[in-house]
Each structure stands twice: as structure tokens, then as C-alpha cells.
Ligand binder design. Structure first.
Ligand SMILES: Cc1ncc(COP(=O)(O)O)c(C=O)c1O
Length: 398
């Protein structure tokens, strides 16, 4: 083990999985270890380094803002922050009128739940089984399953969890005592499960009929990840509240909660603030990311995403099961121990991440090219054909 890994393991609480790898630099779609060994990054720091590493436009924007002003409390106005809010709303449309800035996806969802409670005067919520909304106590309350919440129950307020993609169960769970329904357009953490066609639209109708608000958690699916600025744009869905995070500020911590004018009206001053929320450095990152995320970039995300899923579909169906996702948010089921596949990929200098029970998740930087994906696919083919895996039980789904 090298010095940094030993020191980190000895000094930090052991709350993270240990990947057994130190990374000290990056360039484009590659990360670098202390020996200069390059790793092809297909995970973007869990969907955050969307434009890879040391992107010249992002670096330039951060350098400029570092020289101007790094932090400024939200009680003062700031040109960069104001412009970031304006540009963000312009990209989202669909009735979203105001923005709240925080520092993570979890915080964005905390704000969303609090704003929904303020707007409706209710504290009953509906979320879906398999959803993931973060690990702070409010976001965790909206996250079903013992894996993340087991040790922390009882959690807050009243949450119901109907099955995802089951409109009848949703309709039963949402009633006129419900403040809001919170949903991901594609469930990421539980294994890349996209909403079935029409499910989001039906969810919006169910909310409208009962007076509940619709919160779309686009922390993972948003900011272009699926080839649309918001994944819900592809479905033509409008929500009362939308949350974003991850790579929206080019790698600087960010959480965003966008709300309709009606929701905004019910938020009193001081109801939800954060010292770092909307700091000018993060706001500059948002402006740079929005500029980079133009239509050709969104088209590229769709094109290389389809190339990757198409190639995965050609792999041996005894060992690769269902392939799911949209754009550059891709998951594929594996028959063998998923963690062994991830370890074998890492040994081959390719970084991917787990999701659900048996899914390898790919969230590559948007600057990835087909040639990079070919390198990954060739290595994956070799790994799956190796004696370590050929004895595995075949995929049930195939
Ligand atoms: C859909 C979704 N919501 C919320 C979060 C929490 O974001 P953060 O880890 O920045 O708090 C995540 C993180 O993976 C996520 O995928």
C-alpha cells in the first residue's frame, strides 16, 4: 500500500469502500496514479467529472473566478451567482421559476422536501422502492431499503414506498394528505432502472389530481447525463420541484433545487440557507458547464451512449444480462460476482462502479470517444472469457 492510502485509511473514518488505489492527477478521460499509470475513467467520480479532468475551459473559468471572488454569503447579490441562476432556469423552463443553491445532491433534496412541506402544510411524502435520494436524514427518509437507513431508523416524517413503475400502487399511495412525490427519472443506485414509458407522465397526473407536488430528483440523471439537459425533458414532463447536483458546477460541490413560482411564494426568509450555497466559484462552474453542454455535446452523449450499449448487447449473453440506461448512464447485469468484474477492470486500468446487486454502472465523462469505449469493451471481453469467469452461473435474464 502506498503512503497516501495508508495515511488515509489510518486517519479517516472507514465510511467508504476502499478501492485500494491512490489517484493523484487526471487529464481528459484518464486518471493517474502516483507512478504515472493511467486509468480510463468510466465513472466520472460518480457522475461528477462530466468534462473529464483539467478541461481547459473549466480550468480557465475557475482560475478567473479564484482571482475575483471565491465565497460570498447569499444575503449579498453577486453577478456570477445571478447569471448562473438565470441561465439554469432558462435551460429548464417548464414552469420552474426560482433557484436555491446548496452543496450536494442530498442537500438539494433536503431543500426540496422542506419547500414541499412549506408549500402544502403537509408532511406525508411518497417515494419509490429502489429510489436513492442521499444520506442526510431527510434525503435518507426518502430512500427506501435497509441497506442505507437500517441503523438510523426511525427517520423523519411519513414516507410511503410504492413500487417504481407501478402506476396503480402510486395512485393508491398518493392522496390528498400527500405533500409531494419524489422520483428519479432513472433509478441509478439500485441498478439503472429507467421509468417505463408513460410512468413519469402518469405520476405527474396522479400528483395533479390529489394536489401533491411532484419533485424530480435529477441529481444523477440531470446536467446532460442522458443526452437531454434533464432526463424528464425527453418525456415532456414538468415538475413543481427539480433537484440537481453532481457535475453541474464542473466538479465544485453543488446542489440545486429549482421550484415553481407557487412553491417559491411559500418559502419565508431564513427557511433554508447554507453558508456556502451559491458561492461564486460554484456559480462560475455552472456557467462554464452550461456553455459546454450545447446541443452537439448532448448529441455526442446520445451517440456514444448508444454505441456503448449496442456493443454491450453483442457480448456473450451467458455472462452479460440486461443492459439498461440512456445516454451515458448505463448499467449492465453480470452473471459473475459483479465486484470481481469491477476489480478485474481496475486491474486492467479501467474504472467503473457498482449499482444494485449485480450491475456494473458506467457514468463516463461526456468527452469520451468511441475509441475509448473500444478499449474498455476489448478488456471486458477478455475478462469475461478468462478462466476466472467462464465457470460462473449464466445470467438468469438472458
Ligand atoms: C439520484 C440521487 N439523488 C441524490 C444523491 C445524493 O447526492 P450527494 O451524494 O451529492 O449528496 C445521489 C447521489 O448519488 C443520487 O444519485
Amino acid at each position: 500500500m502506498n503512503d497516501a492510502a495508508a495515511m488515509q485509511n489510518a486517519r479517516m473514518v472507514p465510511a467508504y469502500v476502499n478501492r485500494g488505489l491512490s489517484l493523484v492527477g487526471g487529464e481528459g478521460v484518464y486518471l493517474q496514479d502516483p507512478m504515472g499509470m493511467r486509468y480510463l475513467d468510466l465513472m466520472s467520480s460518480y457522475g461528477t467529472a462530466n468534462f473529464g479532468y483539467r478541461h481547459p475551459i473549466l480550468t480557465e473559468c475557475f482560475e478567473q473566478q479564484l482571482r475575483r471572488l471565491v465565497c460570498l454569503h447569499g444575503s449579498f447579490a453577486n453577478d456570477t451567482r445571478a447569471e448562473a441562476a438565470q441561465e439554469l432556469l432558462a435551460r429548464c423552463a417548464g414552469g420552474l421559476a426560482r433557484v436555491s443553491f446548496t452543496n450536494s445532491g442530498s442537500e438539494a433534496n433536503e431543500a426540496a422536501l422542506k419547500f414541499a412541506a412549506l408549500a402544502t402544510g403537509k408532511k406525508k411524502f411518497v417515494a419509490c422502492r429502489g429510489g436513492y435520494h442521499g444520506k442526510t436524514l431527510g434525503a435518507l427518509s426518502a430512500t427506501e431499503g435497509t441497506r442505507h437507513r437500517g441503523s438510523f431508523e426511525p427517520l423523519i416524517w411519513d414516507f410511503r414506498f410504492p413500487a417504481y413503475n407501478d402506476a396503480a400502487a402510486l395512485s393508491e399511495a398518493v392522496d390528498n394528505a400527500t405533500a409531494a412525490l419524489i422520483l428519479e427519472p432513472i433509478q441509478g443506485e439500485s441498478g439503472i432502472h429507467p421509468a417505463a414509458p408513460g410512468f413519469l407522465r402518469r405520476a405527474a397526473e396522479i400528483c395533479r389530481a390529489s394536489g401533491a407536488l411532484l419533485i424530480l430528483d435529477e441529481v444523477q440523471t440531470g446536467t446532460g447525463r442522458t443526452g437531454h439537459f434533464l432526463a424528464s425533458h425527453a418525456e415532456g414532463i414538468t415538475a413543481d420541484i427539480v433537484t440537481l447536483g453532481k457535475g453541474l458546477a464542473g466538479g465544485i460541490p453543488i446542489g440545486v433545487t429549482m421550484v415553481s413560482a407557487r412553491v417559491a411564494e411559500s418559502i419565508p426568509r431564513g427557511a433554508h440557507t447554507s453558508t456556502f450555497g451559491g458561492n461564486p466559484l460554484a456559480a462560475a462552474g455552472i456557467l462554464a458547464v452550461l456553455k459546454l453542454l450545447d446541443q452537439p455535446c448532448l448529441n455526442h452523449i446520445l451517440e456514444v451512449g448508444e454505441y456503448c450499449t449496442g456493443a454491450l448487447r453483442c457480448l456473450d449473453s451467458r455472462f452479460v444480462g440486461e443492459i439498461r440506461g440512456r445516454g451515458l448512464m448505463i448499467g449492465f447485469e453480470v452473471a459473475h460476482s459483479r465486484d470481481l468484474v469491477l476489480k478485474a477492470l481496475q486491474k486492467e486500468h479501467v474504472l467503473a462502479i457498482p449499482a444494485g446487486e449485480n450491475v456494473v454502472r458506467l457514468l463516463p465523462p461526456y468527452i469520451i470517444e468511441k475509441a475509448h469505449l473500444d478499449i474498455f469493451l476489448e478488456k471486458l471481453r477478455r475478462i469475461l472469457a478468462s478462466p476466472l469467469f467462464t465457470g460462473a452461473q449464466p445470467c438468469a435474464a438472458s
